[in-house]
Ligand binder design. Structure first.
Ligand code: PHE
Length: 448
């Protein structure tokens, strides 16, 4: 039995929206377009999609299964179902979630700043060069981005304190559908810009020679990042699911929605990027912010689109950031019987402290580098390229080799539904995922 204070989703639709809300975020709209652009376009897209379908779906199911079986936070779930040293996997996840959150809030802060620019009307009047300068000026200033990041941490904390159904679920149900609509409108405009055709070809036509170990490992990291896997976020969300919910069907809905948003974002940003004359390699983390205003400028009522877009981007980021804070909070609540509010304040403060060096690494601390990477790049690399794949690898091993039959039972809701594909899933989790992830990690680290 779950403790009465843990909370749970109010409905199946609510769960799907919240889990899709966790998956859909900056990973799709900010990170995916520039990662794709800098890794050769179509080739990255194909490898990324393969990773989502081969590893993403099976691991999403594995995390949801673990969570629903244990009805605990990630560390507690591994302890209850596997014991031994396995809780360390949950602990790695909780720490990774905090590190990701620390750069997530910085980029979300940029989105808030851009929302203000859009309201002021600065964006649609600016030229390409001015947009470049605007972005550079914002991210390199020491104080302003941190104020926005602090504001965003606060927002995240308020929603998390609001609780599972009352806070996260209610917000996701309302805003995710709106985000979808505005993305479609922007994509249509971006695709009809002069010169967009070349961008479309670059995005959709794979140049196979671009594929190397580095690209494959980046694509795997992106697949895990975008599906919120490897940090135990989905274990936590699964722990709030009703025992009667069909895990397979719901996981597929989440993956489908998330993939659609990534594709829409790619179609929205990459053609406009080429049309604006930005070389794909040069875009980097500023890409979405520098490119979209050129799309708004080419639309009637463009400024309204700008305001709407950044508003929804902030919300999409928020439905993800809460899922990064939630594993930490549920850990303190479950294991230390801490009050939800207190646990949230501790997690949020820690994350903001980490956000300070990340934000400064775009400006005055740009010169502080390790292995040629700035603090932001290092955190991104360590989480996406190492911690998420390793967390997912260990989760696959635990579910596939330790939990095993009980996990398959859970998928069929203990015989309540026919889950004939569950043995195939188990095969993926036991063999394909571990071998594939190890192979990709080795390729990524030691190169092809
Ligand atoms: N999936 C989120 C995004 O794409 C980020 C995230 C990663 C959220 C890991 C939770 C856990 O923006």
């Amino acid at each position: 039995m779950s403790a009465p204070t843990r909370g749970g989703w109010a409905s199946r639709f609510g769960f799907i929206m919240a889990a899709a809300g966790s998956a859909i975020g900056l990973g799709n709209i900010w990170k995916f377009p520039y990662m794709t652009a800098s890794h050769g376009g179509g080739a990255f897209l194909v490898v990324y999609l393969v990773c989502v379908f081969v590893f993403g779906i099976s691991l999403l199911l594995a995390e949801l299964v673990l969570g629903r079986m244990a009805k605990r936070n990630p560390i507690g779930a591994f302890r209850k179902l596997a014991g031994g040293a396995w809780p360390a996997v949950g602990a790695l996840g909780v720490v990774t979630a905090l590190v990701i959150l620390s750069f997530y809030v910085v980029v979300s802060g940029w989105a808030m700043a851009y929302f203000v620019y859009a309201v002021e009307g600065t964006l649609t009047t600016a030229s390409s060069g001015e947009l470049n300068a605007l972005f550079g000026h914002l991210v390199s200033s020491p104080i302003v981005p941190l104020i926005y990041a602090a504001l965003f941490v606060l927002l995240t904390a308020v929603v998390v304190i609001g609780g599972v159904a009352g806070g996260i679920e209610r917000m996701a149900k309302l805003f995710m559908p709106l985000l979808f609509i505005i993305l479609i409108l922007l994509m249509v405009r971006s695709l009809t810009l002069p010169g967009a055709g070349r961008g479309l070809v670059f995005f959709l036509h794979p140049d196979w020679s671009a594929i190397d170990g580095h690209l494959i490992s980046a694509a795997l990291g992106q697949a895990f990042f975008t599906l919120s896997l490897g940090v135990g976020g989905m274990i936590t969300y699964g722990s709030y699911m009703a025992d009667t919910q069909d895990l397979g069907r719901d996981a597929l809905s989440v993956v489908a929605l998330n993939t659609m948003v990534s594709l829409l974002a790619g179609l929205m940003v990459i053609p406009a990027m080429i049309s604006a004359g930005i070389t794909p390699d040069a875009g980097g983390p500023g890409t979405t912010f520098k490119v979209l205003p050129t799309v708004f400028a080419a639309m009637p009522a463009g400024n309204l689109f700008g305001i709407g877009f950044f508003f929804l981007l902030i919300l999409a980021a928020l439905t993800s950031s809460v899922s990064l804070l939630e594993p930490v909070v549920s850990f303190f609540v479950d294991e230390y019987r801490m009050k939800r509010a207190n646990a949230t304040v501790i997690g949020a403060s820690f994350c903001f402290a980490l956000a300070i060096p990340v934000s400064l690494s775009f400006g005055i601390w740009h010169h502080i580098q390790l292995f040629g990477l700035t603090i932001f790049k290092l955190m991104d690399f360590l989480t996406s390229n190492l911690a998420l794949p390793i967390g997912s690898l260990m989760t696959a091993l635990c579910v596939g080799w330790v939990v095993r039959r009980a996990a398959v039972d859970e998928l069929s809701n203990h015989g309540r539904i026919a889950a004939g594909w569950a043995p195939i899933w188990l095969f993926f989790i036991r063999y394909i995922a571990p071998i594939g992830i190890v192979w990709i990690l080795v390729q990524g680290l030691f190169g092809l």
